[in-house]
Design a protein. Structure first.
Length: 294
């Protein structure tokens, strides 16, 4: 397996972005790969401004593919996030560096993964997200993401199915549980993060496709009462899906390592063979909305 460039406790000795003693939650915001060009940095800065409005204690760590030229926007990101330059890294290895035991020692209760091409809605609130997670006993939660779409596959015979979109449904005003969730702007409890962290295999599947198809099956077997949910009152948009961001920062990785879909399919086959079954992602074919949230 690819060596882990793990994050130490030292970086968490900085002051939290917000200190609200009325809440016991402590969130680590992870941006797993920033493309330092105007569109991406502006999206990251927008998100950081939105998150500062919440009454939640959080710290931010962002991984960068390369050291960027000094610009005002880049300096603003550095003022809010610890930037870790991991030149040979990738989506999976960046998150693999966030070791659950270190987070536990640092007192974190949750981890939020937020991609640099996903823009939070102006009314997004960490308070609302965390409160809904507690109220509904959710281990993983996401806002409704415009542009989120995944395909269901089986380990040996990939079969595309109609796209599942996490969008507003009038009869589910708060939200609903799901068994498939793309990790765009996703909050994990610390226990769920440990399970997600174990699922990641940078050597076999570095670019991240299809982890979201298997997270429910994998973690439901490890975490008692494991539930995931989409909150319809909170929104985000996957900008790359709509062509708003012109530069694909994964292009070089795709050229070097192959298309991410091929990586993902190979990884699922390996996982299925390890378990001696072809039902690793059996639940992911069920694209029903699940139960409503309160």
């Amino acid at each position: 397996m690819t060596a882990c460039v793990c994050i130490s406790l030292d970086i968490f000795n900085i002051e939290s972005s917000i200190s609200d003693i009325s809440r016991s939650d402590k969130v680590l915001l992870v941006i797993p790969g920033i493309g330092f060009h105007t569109n991406r940095t502006e999206t990251v800065l927008w998100n950081l401004d939105i998150l500062r409005r919440s009454n939640v204690s959080y710290q931010c760590i962002a991984f960068a593919y390369k050291i960027p030229p000094l610009k005002k926007t880049d300096l603003r990101i550095r003022s809010s996030c610890h930037l870790h330059y991991y030149f040979n890294g990738n989506y999976a290895s960046y998150m693999k560096a966030i070791v659950p035991s270190v987070l536990n020692s640092a007192g974190f209760t949750h981890v939020m993964v937020l991609l640099d091409d996903v823009e939070l809605g102006r009314h997004f609130s960490l308070d609302t997200l965390l409160d809904a997670m507690k109220r509904n006993s959710l281990a993983v939660a996401t806002p409704a993401v415009t542009g989120a779409a995944v395909h269901s596959i089986t380990p040996y015979e990939p079969k595309p199915v109609p796209k599942f979109r996490q969008k507003f449904r009038p009869n589910y005003k708060v939200g609903h549980t799901v068994k498939v969730m793309e990790v765009f702007a996703t909050m994990f409890t610390l226990q769920a993060w440990k399970c997600w962290w174990l699922l990641l295999e940078p050597k076999l599947n570095s670019l991240g496709w299809y982890y979201d198809l298997c997270i429910y099956d994998y973690c439901a077997a490890k975490v008692e009462g494991f539930r995931m949910g989409v909150l319809m009152g909170l929104s985000a948009i996957h900008r790359a899906h709509y062509g708003k961001l012109s530069v694909n920062t994964s292009l070089h990785a795709m050229q070097m390592l192959g298309h991410p879909a091929l990586q993902g399919k190979f990884w699922i086959r390996v996982m299925a063979q390890r378990r001696g079954t072809d039902l690793l992602c059996s639940h992911t074919s069920r694209h029903s909305r699940g139960t409503p949230l309160k």
